[in-house]
Design a protein around this ligand. Structure first.
Ligand SMILES: Cc1cc2nc3c(=O)[nH]c(=O)nc-3n(C[C@H](O)[C@H](O)[C@H](O)COP(=O)(O)OP(=O)(O)OC[C@H]3O[C@@H](n4cnc5c(N)ncnc54)[C@H](O)[C@@H]3O)c2cc1C
Length: 535
């Protein structure tokens, strides 16, 4: 059986350095930008550096609002809060947060039986059914008529479909690996407050430009208010503007627009009902997809689309129709976005984090993970005292690999779609602008030899674990046509779906209703752990 971590790296709490930390080569850090990226980075840096005498100042323009979206996370966000010692009981109610067991993809495939599927965050309990899932998936790719739809095999899919929380009753010691949903503006305010409490300095001012030193590094940033602010390190968290990494340092940028064509979004809130779902729903529309994110106070909804294929007005009308809001005068927010990444996230004495470093469209809600990963990895380098050119290279290679791997997974959602209703979906399905790794992975899948070993060894499918690759390929129904399936052999049909159903049904009974669980979030009863699950 293949062994694979559910996610490939850990950005959770570190157990501390075993050796004496190297002397810090910097005394003063300036972060430009007070969005989620700015405050998350400030807190991650503050945790290691403030007590060692480093001064961290965050500058935020009073004239440029934060992007104000970004309300879903991966499970890694738990590691962020754990590493800062911030309990769910404190931050979740303050941010109207809910639990997220995964994402349902609705209407991306037209194949019978595969019109919707759930991408779970896999957990320890899934060890009991993962083997059966992979076995059935491999058998079905090879033409056997066995059930390989992912929803049949994961506890998280059960919990999500029943609006249950991933927090087990005390008598059942299996937490489910989960992400969160939250109000982006409230999260920003919460992090701002926490960062100030932990010694980060804040200045409301508009950075007009940066001055460069003779070696090409940033010497200072100058503000409209007339100040010149020098530092050893500048962190660019200025959003899509990329004030420092792009406008000052002209760092080359790799666009992903060749294979991720969405470049705009429109967002609208709706009231939350009596039941609070514990999942994000992503519904394919005519020229993109709509998100539905449940908070305790409202649903966040939005439509991510490509302006090559439809106008902002058309997108807004389609979203309103989808939400039943055609007649309502709830105002919509329109946003532009660009997908791609800078080549050097750490360039000279500038670190870019958040939208300034790059963005992959929000389909799998990975942007906060990039922020966390970039800032945490940077602190690791800093603590080793390693700021050499080679260190820059290693750092940038690592962050770039994570971007590329994630991009390939997101691309797969589009590439495997079978919709034919619009040019948008047809163009996505026929787009051959794919990385070599992705082409190899698809070829291996179609060969029926199983993709687990090379994905687990990270020779293919960087960024996402084996389980996610199986979930997407099976969920989209990338199998021989039903008419071409043959009866399975005894070996192929050796797992009884009824037994798996029964197991999952009994297990899910140990998880409470989501709304009820949110109403009694309490300080944790055991030490937090970020476990690595194997299958
Ligand atoms: C449609 C959409 C949906 C998304 N959904 C998700 C999701 O579900 N999950 C997820 O993880 N991510 C999501 N994201 C991404 C997420 O919103 C961002 O990664 C996150 O909010 C971080 O943004 P940021 O802090 O980099 O930039 P911003 O929020 O844009 O903040 C930029 C900051 O820079 C400051 N600034 C700008 N110019 C200046 C200046 N001249 N001087 C001083 N300060 C300046 C601004 O005042 C602001 O404080 C989504 C993005 C989009 C577009």
């Amino acid at each position: 059986m293949t062994t694979a971590t559910v996610f490939n790296y850990s950005y959770g709490p570190r157990t501390g350095l075993s050796t004496q930390p190297a002397p810090l080569p910097m005394r003063r850090i300036v972060i430009v930008g007070g969005g989620t990226a700015g405050w998350m980075t400030a807190l991650i840096l503050a945790r290691s550096l403030i007590e060692r005498g480093v001064e961290i100042t965050l500058l935020e323009s009073p004239a440029v609002p934060t992007i104000g979206v970004g309300e879903g996370s991966t499970p890694w966000l738990r590691g962020f809060f754990d590493s800062l010692g911030i309990e769910e009981a404190e931050w979740m109610p303050a941010c109207h947060a809910t639990y997220k067991c995964g994402i349902t993809f609705e209407g991306w495939s037209t194949k019978p039986g595969f019109e919707r599927y759930f991408h779970p965050f896999a957990s320890m309990l899934d060890n009991l059914t993962m083997k059966q899932f992979v076995h059935n998936a491999d058998a079905r790719v090879n033409g056997a008529a066995v059930d390989a739809h992912p929803d049949r095999f994961f506890i998280a899919a059960r919990l999500a479909s029943g609006c249950r929380a991933p927090k087990a009753a005390e008598s059942f010691p299996f937490d489910i690996w989960h992400g969160y949903h939250f109000d982006a503006v409230l999260l920003g305010q919460f992090l701002h407050h926490k960062a100030l409490e932990r010694g980060v300095r804040y200045k409301s001012c508009h950075v007009s430009h940066a001055t460069l030193a003779t070696d090409g590094s940033i010497a200072a940033v100058c503000t409209r208010e007339g100040e010149t602010i020098a530092a050893d390190l500048f962190v660019d968290c200025s959003g899509f503007a990329g004030l420092l990494i792009d406008q000052a340092l002209h760092t080359p940028y790799v666009s992903f627009s060749g294979n991720l064509v969405n470049d705009a979004a429109v967002a609208l809130p709706t009231p939350i009902g009596a039941a609070i779902p514990s999942q994000t729903i992503s519904t394919a529309l005519r020229h993109g997809w709509a998100w539905q994110i449940p908070l305790t106070s409202r649903f966040g909804n939005g439509y991510v689309y490509s302006s090559q294929f439809c106008s902002a007005d058309e997108a807004e009308t389609e979203l309103r129709r989808h939400l039943g809001l055609l007649e309502a005068d709830v105002p919509a927010r329109h946003l532009k976005m660009k997908c791609g990444r800078v080549t050097r996230h750490w360039n000279r004495n500038c670190l870019a984090v958040g939208l300034a470093q790059g963005f992959i469209e929000p389909l799998e809600a990975t942007a906060l993970l990039f922020i966390q990963q970039t800032a945490t990895t940077f602190v690791e380098f800093l603590e080793r005292g390693d700021l050499s050119e080679q260190a820059h290279e290693r750092f940038n290679e690592r962050v770039n690999a994570h971007f590329e791997g994630t991009r390939d997974y997101i691309v797969t959602h589009y590439k495997t779609n079978t919709r034919t209703d619009t040019e948008y979906w047809r163009a996505n399905a026929t787009n051959m602008n794919l990385s070599d790794e992705l082409k190899a992975l698809y070829a291996l899948w179609m060969s029926g030899k199983g993709i687990a070993p090379p994905v687990a060894q990270q020779t293919l499918g960087k960024g996402y674990p084996v389980m996610s690759w199986y979930a997407i390929m099976c969920g989209m129904g990338i199998f021989p046509d039903i008419a071409d399936l043959r009866p399975p052999s005894t070996q192929e049909s050796r797992f009884r779906l009824a037994e798996i159903d029964n197991l999952l049904e009994r297990s899910s009974a140990n998880y409470p209703d989501h709304r009820e669980a949110l109403g009694r979030i309490a300080p944790r009863r055991t030490e937090p752990t970020l476990q690595v699950y194997f299958w």
